[in-house]
Design a protein. Structure first.
Length: 759
């Protein structure tokens, strides 16, 4: 301790902070006027007079605590701890009639828990004051007259006055919070690392597409308007400390108020806006912004990530897009979040060229899904979670090149090499053609004829996947579907084929059926001119066991891709499951739902991968609820929502037996899709489902959940199905089966039946 100018004593202080912020805190304390600054893990030492300590409490955006060390000593035993604390002149710091709170951190062989350590420290302080005055101070659980901090490490105790009181990250404005709130000082550190102070000074905007309860937005505004983060706090730890200089403190507060007024009066305050799909956290953000007295400036609104675009109410030439998106813990979450991050990268690419972007995540691998090269990475800790801030410059050069872009940049040698490869490919195709059997050649001709007709229709109607062939030639009894999909948002689409053999009747010789399927395998890649790796074959055979469906080309790690259908992107997996995740015959039904769904409450029963719910949400449904028993399908549905930038806050997924769920449901919906399987004996169901037998009861229960003026869409794929109109005569029923059969399924008009049912 030394005297400065004969007026104030110079002390050494210790500012604690989250791990990863030490360097930033060092710089901040220098700017605030600290001397003799030295970093350590999770904190920074600095020296200065009491004015400097108060200024740090009021202005530090990064510190948790400002501590004034009083003594350090060896404390190998509880007796040594007591004696060391007892020797401090506590009567200089706390009135004997005052209240006390002790924070104890650390253990050793004899002090094995922090509660015991805090008790020994309290006893020493109480005994000291009682010996001094005969009075005994009280112990406070909160808001004490003096807060004491003791750190025990390697048998050495450091005893400090806690000048802050509650942690400085508690600014006082956050009255509501979301499910995983970010601490205010961590948010400030992220903004400083992201370059926000300079961007704000230049008039750049700040947008957060997943703002949660608004912490990043408020901290950004405090920085931009030069507002001291401690101004809204109710109190600090030093205010009832016996050595407190209230005259100095009041002067510092007044200076901060003047700076706040001047900061908010600036004409060029930057635009700061936040969005979130969850209306509850938007309401929380609004309350926090009001509490921070910034509601005349900051704006938040409910918006799905799919709708995140640059605002148009004023020119915004540059700025910072920054967010703390979810990063998941369970595998199902991680898989859907990959698609969410990819969608965010696509939004940045399409809308924010020339801007900077920062993504703070506890799972940096997810950041790679954005298709952007991070030009800087900063390590932080969010509590105990090691995290990174990934910084991007949004430009064409920063995005991982698509195959088309790479092809466009081929050199002359590359072109020559490609020409040689093309020549080899042509020769190989000739060899394959010569090897085709007569039957395979007939199938090739039929496939190419269908392709010529349907490709025109598909292109005209923006259809990326359709049924090419449906047992047109009885001897080649299979369904062949075409998918044009992308493995990544910035990759050129590829052509895929999904081939499913129909079960042959018992009269057909097994060897002959197998030979015919081998001819299908010859014909498909040749007719479509696609590699074998892009074709999935699924073949039915009469086996002795219960397995009646054999996958000839199972690729659990094969390409997963997405296709475009109307406004929706849908996730396709052709190799791991019997179906691909998308029933192509129901395309018109899904597009009809999109036409009807705006502002509607939509219920999707037996939802499968919730593709209809995605269509409804993309079309502006008020909210959607999707019910299915299969956790596999519901995780798939999560991927579909994430792929489209849709959150689960307004698109709820329910794992349940649909029949039981319907019986117990007491909510009303404006639009319901009831598309049950023909038959199901799942172990998770209480009863066996038979759509012919059970459809009347299902429809009655569904109509109980249908609001007045609403519509139930009922469909199924049982070819022999007969609707019991007499049992359902209380409702208005329209058979729309014909209008829900598209061009690619007209060869098989009984593929499904569909009705509109209203009260």
């Amino acid at each position: 301790m030394k005297v400065h100018s004969g007026i104030q004593m110079i002390h050494q202080y210790f500012a604690t902070c989250p791990k990863g912020l030490e360097g930033l805190l060092n710089t901040e304390l220098q700017q605030l006027g600290g001397d003799d600054i030295r970093e350590t893990v999770a904190g920074v030492y600095f020296s200065g007079d009491i004015t400097m300590a108060y200024r740090a409490c009021l202005w530090s955006r990064l510190a948790n605590k400002i501590l004034l060390p009083l003594a350090s000593f060896e404390a190998e035993s509880q007796e040594a701890l007591y004696d060391g604390v007892r020797e401090i002149r506590w009567e200089e710091h706390l009135s004997p009639s005052g209240s006390l709170l002790v924070d104890f951190i650390g253990t050793n062989d004899t002090i094995r828990n922090t509660q015991f350590g805090a008790l020994k420290v309290k006893d020493a302080i109480v005994d000291c004051l009682r010996d001094f005055s005969g009075e005994r101070p009280s112990v406070a659980k909160r808001d004490p007259d003096l807060r004491v901090n003791v750190r025990l490490a390697k048998n050495k105790a450091i005893v400090s006055i806690d000048l802050s009181g509650d942690s400085l990250h508690r600014r006082g404005y956050r009255v509501k919070q979301g499910s995983a709130p970010m601490k205010e000082n961590l948010a400030a550190g992220i903004l400083i690392r992201a370059g926000w102070p300079d961007i704000a000074a230049q008039g750049g905007a700040l947008l957060d597409p997943m703002c949660g309860s608004g912490t990043i937005l408020v901290e950004a505004a405090l920085i931009a308007a030069d507002i001291a983060p401690g101004l809204l706090r109710g109190s600090f730890g030093f205010e009832r400390w016996l050595n407190h200089r209230n005259d100095i403190w009041l002067e510092l507060r007044e200076e901060a108020f003047v700076r706040k007024k001047a900061g908010l009066a600036q004409e060029n305050l930057p635009e700061i806006r936040g969005y979130d799909a969850d209306v509850k956290v938007i309401r929380a953000a609004e309350e926090n912004i009001v509490s921070a007295e910034l509601d005349h400036w900051l704006r938040v609104s409910r918006k799905e990530l799919k709708d995140f675009v640059k605002p148009t109410h004023k020119a915004m030439d540059f700025g910072l897009v920054i967010s703390n998106p979810p990063y998941g813990e369970r595998l199902g979450e991680i898989e859907s979040l990959k698609l969410l991050y990819a969608h965010m990268g696509e939004r940045l690419r399409n809308e924010f060229q020339g801007w900077r972007a920062g993504v703070f995540t506890g799972n940096p691998e997810l950041g790679k899904q954005m298709g952007l090269r991070a030009d800087k990475k900063y390590k932080f800790f969010n509590g105990t979670i090691a995290s990174e801030l990934l910084m991007f410059t949004i430009s064409s050069e920063a995005f991982v090149q698509s195959r088309v872009e790479q092809d466009a940049r081929f050199s002359k040698n590359d072109e020559e090499r490609n020409a040689a490869e093309q020549k080899v490919k042509i020769e190989h195709k000739k060899e394959r053609e010569a090897a085709l059997s007569n039957g395979a050649q007939m199938l090739v001709n039929r496939l190419q004829k269908n392709l010529k007709q349907l490709e025109k229709w598909a292109k005209k109607n923006d259809i990326s996947c359709y049924r090419l062939y449906d047992a047109d030639m009885p001897e080649y009894s299979a369904a062949i579907d075409i998918y044009r999909g992308q493995t990544q948002p910035n990759r050129a689409p590829q052509l895929y084929a999904h081939v499913q053999e129909y079960a042959a009747p018992k009269s057909v010789d097994e060897e002959r059926a197998a030979a015919r399927f081998a001819e299908i395998e010859q014909a498909v890649p040749f007719a479509l001119d696609i590699p074998d790796a892009n074709i999935s074959y699924k073949q039915r055979r009469r086996n002795k066991g219960s397995n009646q469906y054999e996958k000839l080309s199972e690729r659990p790690t094969g390409d997963l891709f997405s296709v475009q259908e109307g406004q929706a992107k849908l996730h396709i997996n052709m190799w791991q499951y019997l179906d691909t995740g998308l029933f192509l015959d129901h395309r018109p039904v899904r597009l009809l739902i999109a036409e009807m769904a705006k502002d509607k409450r939509f219920l999707n029963l037996f939802c499968y991968t919730a593709t209809a719910s995605v269509h409804a949400a993309m079309a502006g449904a008020r909210y959607t609820v999707s019910v299915d028993m299969s956790n596999t399908y519901l995780n798939w549905a999560r991927k579909n929502f994430a792929l489209n930038g849709l959150s689960e806050s307004r698109n709820r997924l329910e794992q349940a037996d649909c029949l039981k769920w319907l019986e117990e449901n007491d909510q009303q919906y404006d639009l319901i899709l009831l598309d049950p399987p023909s038959f199901s004996n799942s172990k998770r169901m209480e009863d066996v489902l038979d759509v012919q037998r059970d459809h009347v009861g299902m429809i009655h229960n569904a109509m109980r959940s249908l609001a007045e003026g609403g519509t139930l869409i009922f469909s199924n794929n049982l070819r022999s199905f007969k609707l019991d109109s007499d049992a359902l005569n209380a409702y208005t029923i329209h058979d729309i089966s014909g209008r829900t059969i598209d061009e690619d399924f007209k060869r098989n008009p009984k593929i499904h039946q569909c009705w509109l049912i209203t009260h």
